[in-house]
Design a protein around this ligand. Structure first.
Ligand code: IDC
Length: 325
């Protein structure tokens, strides 16, 4: 009799404990639960209730090079630090690792971010291929596949050309490319935000502002590396905003533009203040431990999950200081 009572008591106690644990983990609403589907209204990105929100994200490095960071524990550790968005960078240039075999990796990343209630940016990472038109056919196929799969989800953003550069113009190249890709995505996904890169490594938002696209829920990319890009680029942002352009900083670091070199915290601080003033979201480059100063993880750290603040590099720690502000 005593034994039975003890058993019943233990079972009951375990049930209580279980309930307490589940309710405490589900009590902390995920970013997507809190904000729902995002959209663009005027110059701002707003949540499902129309309130301005500021995305705080981290970008993978090229997923051909650092696929190991695409795992639940890794994304979760960034969420814990205050990150609400993951960007998955798929370089579109074969010399930079592009392969259709990586589509599965992108999808794995989307699945993980979704299960964690995080926003996810699917980034077609045009860089050394310069002109997004170069692999336009491939981009159309890629985004058809993604939009068909994820068009019904609330947490998806598409970035259709990371950084056009070289002899590429907004009117001749990027705008026509964007119109084609946006039209294709909108066949399957009527609402989620599409981010469009701008000329000169996604710096010329002032030029895009002169002839913006006619579609809804479009944001324009501004990328900065604070040790290189200072007042000159901030001025472009101000000009674009004045003209009514919705801008998102879908990539930045406080290193120099090579992704390496000395950090500039003072320039970084000016940027952060400006972004806060406008409530512009920002996504840090990049989740890896490569020996370059823009890597967010210390190069001595071999962990690919359960990342703590103490595992972050100098740039990582500085940037992480803004995530909970
Ligand atoms: C850099 C990586 C570097 C890699 C190189 C490949 O940090 O390890 O060897 O790409 O070309 C960007 C790009 C981003 C760059 C980054 C730093 O979007 O792909 O990553 N950067 O150069 N724009 C400005 C800087």
């Amino acid at each position: 009799m005593r034994k039975k009572l003890l058993l019943a008591f233990t079972v009951l106690a375990l049930c209580f404990l279980g309930a307490a644990v589940t309710s405490s983990s589900s009590r902390a609403a995920t970013p997507v639960k809190k904000w729902g589907r995002l959209s663009v209204r005027g110059t701002d990105i707003v949540n499902s209730k129309g309130k301005k929100v500021q995305l705080k994200g981290v970008s993978t490095h090229g997923i051909a090079w650092f696929p190991q960071y695409i795992n639940t524990s890794c994304f979760k550790s960034f969420r814990k630090m205050g990150v609400n968005t993951i960007r998955l960078a798929l370089y579109s240039n074969p010399a930079d690792g592009f392969s259709t075999k990586l589509y599965g990796k992108v999808e794995e990343g989307v699945r993980i971010a979704t299960s964690l209630g995080m926003y996810v940016i699917i980034d077609w990472h045009v860089l050394n291929d310069q002109n997004p038109k170069k692999y336009q056919k491939r981009a159309l196929k890629f985004f058809s596949r993604m939009a068909k799969k994820y068009g019904g989800q609330k947490n998806i953003l598409y970035e259709i050309c990371n950084e056009p550069n070289g002899n590429v113009t907004w009117d001749k190249d990027i705008r026509p490319y964007a119109n084609k890709v946006i039209k294709r995505i909108r066949k399957y996904d009527k609402k989620n935000i599409i981010i469009v890169g701008t000329p000169t490594w996604s710096q010329d938002v002032d030029i895009a502002a002169k002839s913006p696209l006619k579609h809804k829920n479009i944001a324009y990319a501004l990328h900065f590396y604070a040790a290189t890009h200072k007042e000159f680029l901030q001025q472009k942002l101000k000009t674009a905003r004045k003209a009514g352009l919705p801008v998102l900083v879908s990539e930045f670091n406080i290193s120099d533009a090579s992704g390496n070199g000395a950090l500039s915290k003072s320039s970084g601080k000016k940027w952060m203040k400006l972004l806060k003033k406008y409530k512009i979201g920002y996504v840090a480059w990049s989740i890896c431990n490569k020996a370059e100063s823009s890597a967010l993880i210390k190069s001595s750290c071999q962990k690919t999950g359960n990342i703590k603040k103490s595992n972050l590099s100098k740039s990582g720690r500085w940037i992480a200081g803004w995530w909970k502000k």
